[in-house]
Design a protein around this ligand. Structure first.
Ligand code: UGA
Length: 436
């Protein structure tokens, strides 16, 4: 099927490449010329496992192209909308400027029977408004939220847990749902649930999913605060909790909390929209989820200060990690980088290392010291802080090797990802986040 994907960020670039790999004829469109040139040359503008492989295969097959003009979308049967919805400057709501601009730019190129499929995360009610805006073109609008995780984006796009398509009632909506079922034929045939809803429910599913995941993480981090005060161990608590199949182990990873371009801004936008709808009380807990999450970053900094007996000024601190999570070079609202920035603010000589995110981190916070080599970052450090659980730190760094490089054997495990007993046995003062 011929399709366009408007917006080639983390979501759109992966969606375009994945759709081409399924045999569709895809044009990806973005206003950023540099990004389009990179994608057209088969180079991923960000770190995402397997993306380049798919891009190159798609381009070689002739089924994947990229362009900058909205008119490049003309002739496609389905137009996926995958532009960003960042947090509004000075507010908590989502900034819909890019979504609206993309729809307006596409409008003159829509034909009767075309399907406009929204994938961006939007406040409930947006889809109905956009549907009215394109109604006279004869195109139908559906909402098809995306649940991919960065670092797993290709996998999640090709084998999602579920596909949700929201459509307006009536023949036009039903036909559009059938078109989407055809787009995702291979996944549907493989038994992946294909759920058809109204527009508002589809928009809400996405916001609710991220709100739930954020709540689960903040729940375990709230328990970590209590565990700290009670001299208990949060990792053992989480292990025991997760065996209850109603709870499960996933998203019970305690530490410095969630960040990135999605969960933080999405829970705020979700709460802001619920407040507009007069249901602020129903989501009041999301403010608490946010507050618990932000306290974790502060707590990690406090642990470092305490471990250094309050003497941070001029001390060399190796910060292992900058990305908001492993397998990503994304530093948007990264708790890891925030810990580094705060330590630097206290006068520490901070050296940040990360296998993928150093360039992005440097562009955002040029005031920090950066070192591509993990071992060089560790050399002569007075304290070590692990803030992104890359395998390079979690599995591949032995406490004895680290001890041979540093000046002071103090480690703060901001992700509760190290073997505390092994580090202590090698002579380290080990501090976890809610671990005795
Ligand atoms: C999240 C959702 O997981 C996706 O389903 C969704 O599609 C995406 O947002 C989006 O809205 O686009 P992502 O931001 O890529 O995906 O990251 P996650 O893997 O969910 O991790 C989010 C943050 O939570 C990271 O900072 C991670 O370190 C943290 N986290 C995750 C924990 O602190 N503990 C955990 O147990 C799990």
């Amino acid at each position: 099927m011929r399709m366009s994907v408007i917006g080639c960020g983390y979501l759109g670039a992966v969606h375009a490449a994945a759709m081409a790999s399924l045999g569709h004829d895809v044009i990806g469109i973005d206003v950023d010329e540099g990004r389009v040139a990179a994608l057209a040359a088969g180079s991923a503008p960000f770190f995402e496992p397997r993306l380049e492989e798919l891009l190159r295969a798609g381009i070689e097959s002739g089924r994947l192209r990229f362009g900058t003009r909205p008119g490049d979308a003309a002739g496609a049967r389905v137009h996926f909308l995958a532009v960003g919805t960042p947090q509004l400057p000075g507010g908590h709501a989502a900034d819909l400027r890019f979504v609206e601009a993309a729809v307006d730019a596409l409008r003159p190129h829509l034909r009767p029977g075309d399907v406009l499929a929204g994938k961006s995360t939007v406040p409930v009610g947006t889809a109905a408004r956009l549907a009215a805006r394109v109604a006279d073109t004869g195109a139908a609008l559906v909402w098809n939220p995306e649940f991919l995780r960065e670092g797993w984006a290709v996998h999640d796009t090709l084998t999602p847990d579920r596909i949700v398509v929201g459509a307006a009632a009536g023949a036009r909506g039903e036909r559009a749902v059938d078109v989407l079922r055809e787009v995702y034929r291979s996944a549907v045939d493989a038994g992946i649930p294909f759920l058809v809803t109204d527009l508002a429910t589809a928009e809400l599913v996405k916001g609710a999913a991220n709100a739930f995941l954020a709540t689960k993480i903040s729940f375990i981090n709230a328990m970590a605060e209590v565990a700290d005060a009670a001299d208990a161990d949060i990792t053992l608590l989480a292990e025991a909790l997760g065996h209850d199949t109603r709870i499960g182990h996933r998203y019970l990873g305690s530490g410095i909390g969630f960040g990135g371009g999605c969960l933080p801004k999405d829970i705020r936008a979700f709460a802001a929209r619920a407040e507009e709808l007069g249901r602020g009380a129903a989501v009041g807990f999301l403010h608490e989820v946010d507050a618990i999450n932000l306290r974790r970053r502060e707590h990690a900094v406090r642990l470092v200060v305490e471990a250094l007996d309050g003497l941070v000024f001029g001390r060399r601190i190796a910060v292992l990690g900058a990305a908001f999570k492993p397998f990503s070079d994304d530093v948007r609202d990264s708790p890891a980088l925030e810990v580094a920035v705060r330590l630097r603010g206290l006068g520490a000589d901070v050296v940040v290392t990360d296998p993928a995110a150093l360039d992005n981190a440097r562009a955002l916070h040029p005031q920090l010291g950066y070192e591509p080599s993990r071992d060089e970052a560790l050399r002569d450090a007075d304290a070590v802080v692990v803030v992104t659980e890359w395998d390079e730190y979690r599995r591949e760094l032995s406490p004895a090797h680290a001890a041979s490089l540093v000046r002071g054997r103090v480690v703060v495990d901001g992700r509760n990802c190290l073997d505390a007993a092994a580090w202590r046995a090698a002579g380290w003062t080990y501090c976890g986040m809610g671990r005795r």
